[in-house]
Design a protein around this ligand. Sequence first.
Ligand SMILES: N[C@@H](CCC(=O)N[C@@H](CS)C(=O)NCC(=O)O)C(=O)O
Ligand SMILES: [Fe+2]
Length: 222
Amino acid sequence: MTGASTGIGDRVTELQRLWKKIYNLPDTVPTDGSQWDHLFADGEGFTIGEMEASVLLSPGHTLSSVTYVIGNAAFVHDTVFMPDSGTARADFPGGDARQLWRSIQCILQLPSETRLFTGHDYRPNGRTACWESTVALQKANNLHLKNSDEAKFVKFRSERDRSLPMPVLILPALQVNLAGGRLPAPETDGRRYLKIPLNAFPHASWGNLELRAITARYRNRR
Ligand SMILES: N[C@@H](CCC(=O)N[C@@H](CS)C(=O)NCC(=O)O)C(=O)O
Ligand SMILES: [Fe+2]
């Protein structure tokens, strides 16, 4: 809306191809990332006005996730949440718990006073919403990381992920996200439609959908 240019990690094209198959989208939907003005490579630098920024590939939660490091702040999206909330799940298509562990280790190599801004906060025990921590605080207190190692984390994360339900809005939201925020093109009647695959993930605990279950969850959201 502002006309600002947009950018995203360059592996988004892999994500677009993956989900295009899952949604069985028409051939005309581009999977070359052309919906953004720029695709960032791992390690690439850029500026926002006079601020220096750089991009760190951080796959795991998704295969194309990136962290933006800007001065002494890092925007870490769904990798670590607040220390009392732990880490993001790694069971979405293209997700990988081992890669998530490795991405988090890269983030934790930033200077210890680096401010970390997280992607979500689910307010454990009903506390007020928080979004900012530091590398030092994460190392000392993160529930899923302290006293852990790669093998323990992968086991813990995979078990926990099997118990998590499908996010309520993932299927409608992804179709728009993957097009850089654009709605699907209108069909011959002039209307735009979002597709909801009903049986695309038979092996995922959250994926074996029936329309009844979806409508129940939308109703319960209120
Ligand atoms: N209840 C939420 C859950 C959303 C969810 O799964 N969030 C992801 C990040 S996109 C996550 O990592 N959650 C961690 C967890 O639930 O432990 C919803 O339905 O929207
Ligand atoms: Fe996420």
